[in-house]
Design a protein around this ligand. Sequence first.
Ligand SMILES: *Cc1c(COP(=O)(O)O)cnc(C)c1O
Length: 457
Amino acid sequence: MAPSPFDDWIAGASDDPVLANLRQCREQLWINPRRGAFDRVKQQLPLSYTDIEDASARLERFAAYFSVAFPETAARGGIIESDLVRADRGAKLIAEFLHSDVPDNLLIKCDSHLAISGSIKARGGIYEVLLYAEQLALEHGLLNADDDYSDFASEPFRQLFARHSIAVGSTGNLGLSIGIISAKLGFRVTVHMSADAREWKKALLRSKGVNVVEHQSDYSVAVAQGRQEALNTPGCHFIDDEDSTSLFLGYSVAALRLKQQLAAQNIPVDAEHPLIVYLPCGVGGGPGGIAFGLKQVFGDAVHCFFAEPTHSPCMLLGMHSGLHNHISVQDIGLDNLTCADGLAVGRASAFVGKIMEPLLDGIYTLSDERMYALVTLLSDSEKLAVEPSATAGLPGFAWLMNASQETLEALGLASTLRNATHIAWATGGNMVPEQEMAKYYALGTQALEQFSQKQLK
Ligand SMILES: *Cc1c(COP(=O)(O)O)cnc(C)c1O
């Protein structure tokens, strides 16, 4: 058999400490050696600020539709957006747990509480469905550019969409967002769920008329099977989480909104006052789109880090090896099993890692026990209920505060870290049933006990 592209890399990396940590599921911070000054790299990027503005304008056009079709969005004028909140009590408790100094400015971006689907997927997932719906409406002469988009809730539009279908493969949260918006617009929609998807998510989707197909395999296989089935179905649009520019751009709009929120709270972002953002990463589109947007808005004043489970570090593996989607965590002996919904991805997106190469500061990993413990700490300190994956951004500040002088200098943060604003992006949780959340909390309490016992020894 011909050797796979990853065999050579793995063989050549036998004394690579990063690979050793990955294989042993040890938490680590990886610094991206390929990042560069934004002004220098921005010309080489395949997407630009104009693309983000275009996506943002589209979401504004659809605001009139959301106000009508999803009344819970009316309070924000039909714009799906989340709060940015200070977490002073959380900062203290979490810093103590992680043995770091307490950061002066820790904020949480509450995508856990986004309208419609309660996760970050309410950005990219919904955006791609809207883009498709708008294209269909234009092609079929139902829409003129200056029309009132609340018409998307009307019968002629629903009849048009009923003749088209949408399919997606998901570990759960993307399926929720695509399923809910597609069914509401009137599309026939199929969600291919991986084996780790929660029962309650499948039940919720079925209750909304979504066709849920269950697969006995992990996310990548569910996506591949969904893609194949969509190809065989005429008039079916497949939303490809592994390779979609429109999903990516839908996420990126968050950066324009965040800029406004920071300004409204009088939080400076400049060379002396860096913004450091920690984003939980699955296949990469969500955190990648947001990081891309933030770099376009803030340039070198923003530093972005991704966070991944120790059992599913697909982006770290892809970027560190340079093999991107040509290597999977299974190829280095990992099981890709984690409690972190949305992050149980073994192979990174085909294009996100490449776009991130010059933009991303680094990636760190964390264990499932760490995530459970953080669920409990965040609930105790800030009364915020999030799912385990959504806590992955919380340890980011501690990695930096405990970093060596050398690392901080490499990141350009040696003299400015103390002025930094840290944002942990909380990516999901609001739809989790109370009973499930109580289980997470209990597991977190247990995990905290185990961490403190280890400490005493
Ligand atoms: C999907 C998801 C992410 C990560 O997004 P990707 O685009 O898969 O990288 C993070 N957190 C939660 C809760 C998610 O559902």
